[in-house]
Design a protein around this ligand. Structure first.
Ligand code: GLU
Length: 417
């Protein structure tokens, strides 16, 4: 069995047995943190390793998923914070190098007491992972947990999430849930122990949005490098655009829905949005995870696309060049996919702007081969939409029509940007 960081293992070597949690290792040796707190580094050669408990099973243990109720204050709305991990839910113990979670609602309120004036909070740990470890199945668990919290009376939801893949998860929940209350994703680029942390400002702004009447899935993060405002990005139009800046998140092909002025707590909106209680709560959480996002590069071998067709993928999104192109020698592979009823949708690596495959020969050939234009959708949103659409319908022409339909403002009718 593949060892993963965080797994609990027993390692036996030359008659000595060690038990502990697998730590990151750059040397190829197995590093484990033992219950005593000491680390042991063991050469793999001649060692027998047994997994006692996989990390993912620990994360999903009933204990970890227990609710953490907070003493309510009269007259305030209820926010449920669902934690999935990432920097916002962690602090680093520099002595051990270990990342520890800070995920109970109590911990968060103790760290950011201003939150207590905004709402009553309850906390729930859904996962405790770095968001690069997210996958479609986890989005489903998260969506179910969000819906349960709304059914249990939450007036707003905050999802604490690692920033790396936050836009995928936010888009997934946006497609899966029709929500009568705000569902707000928040993260932080810098952990709470750093003076430049964006943790508190982002969390407070997220709470403001969670009690507002913006009943959509949004991502609330720093607007700029000051601590003065956070943008409210629509989940289907947002992207992480910088590795480390606090204002890494940008709306693409759209304005943000609005922003929160941190200095006075007021919300300003610039786009129409779905209002609180306008929609009835609904969960459509079937997804087809066997979908691929393939980036075309000059001279790329068409066999790359062929691989996904032959490996049993059910839908393919291409990140093409410019208006949405691939080289002529990729077109037969597109045709092969669509003739097997594998939808192929084209997006652009330009990110900004709209697909138009009717201008150049290559684009026209792609359309003839059955490719669908992904309009002004971000490639990753198109991928999540492909997974969701194929989860909703197995019928090829229904799926193709759904790919073209606008469900959660992922497509602008006209390009304004
Ligand atoms: N890479 C991690 C994640 O996305 C940590 C970064 C962060 O939380 O911003 O979960």
């Amino acid at each position: 069995m593949e060892l993963e960081e965080g797994d609990r293992v027993k390692v036996e070597k030359t008659g000595v047995e060690y038990e502990g949690i697998v730590m990151p290792s750059t040397t190829g040796r197995i590093i484990i943190k033992m219950d005593s707190g000491y680390n042991a580094g063991i050469d793999k050669e001649g060692a027998t390793v047994t997994v006692v408990q996989k990390k993912k099973d620990m994360m999903l243990s009933p204990k970890a998923a227990e609710k953490d109720e907070i003493e309510p204050r009269k007259g305030l709305p209820k926010i449920s914070i669902l934690s999935t991990g990432g920097t916002i839910a962690s602090k680093i113990d520099y002595r051990t190098g270990a990342v520890t979670s800070q995920f109970s609602a109590d911990d968060i309120l103790r760290a950011i007491p201003e939150l207590m004036d905004i709402a009553n909070f309850s906390g729930r740990v859904v996962y405790n992972i770095l968001s690069e470890n997210m996958k479609a199945d986890y989005w489903k668990t998260l969506a179910k947990a969000v819906v349960e919290e709304i059914k249990n009376g939450a007036d707003g939801i905050i999802v604490a999430h690692g920033t790396d893949t936050m836009m995928y998860s936010a888009a997934a929940l946006s497609f899966m849930i029709d929500t009568p209350v705000p569902i707000v994703f928040v993260g932080s680029q810098r952990s709470a122990d750093r003076p430049s942390s964006d943790n508190a400002v982002n969390a407070i702004c997220a709470a403001k949005v969670a009690v507002s009447d913006i009943a959509e899935v949004s991502v609330v993060m720093h607007s700029d490098t000051s601590d003065e405002k956070c943008s409210i990005h629509r989940a289907t139009k947002v992207r992480k655009m910088h590795t480390s800046r606090r204002d890494a998140f940008r709306s693409v092909n759209s304005e943000p829905v609005g922003y929160v002025d941190y200095t006075n707590g007021k919300i300003f909106t610039s786009l129409p949005y779905v209002k609180r209680d306008e929609k009835e709560l609904a969960l459509n959480d079937s997804l087809e995870p066997r979908c691929a996002l393939v980036k075309f590069t000059p001279g790329a071998d068409p066999a790359i696309l062929g691989y996904f067709i032959d490996a049993g993928y059910k839908g393919i999104v291409i990140e093409g060049t410019g208006l949405g192109h691939v080289s002529t020698d990729w077109v037969p592979q597109i045709e092969r996919a669509t003739s097997k009823e594998i939808p192929v949708m084209v997006t652009s690596q330009c990110l900004y702007g709209r697909i138009c495959d009717r201008v150049y020969d290559t684009g026209r050939d792609m359309l003839k081969a059955g490719a669908v234009e992904g309009e002004d959708m971000l490639p990753e949103v198109a991928l999540v939409k492909m997974m969701w659409v194929l989860g909703q319908s197995e019928d090829y022409s229904t799926a193709v029509n759904m790919l073209k339909e606008n469900f959660k403002s992922e497509i602008n009718e006209r390009s304004l940007f």
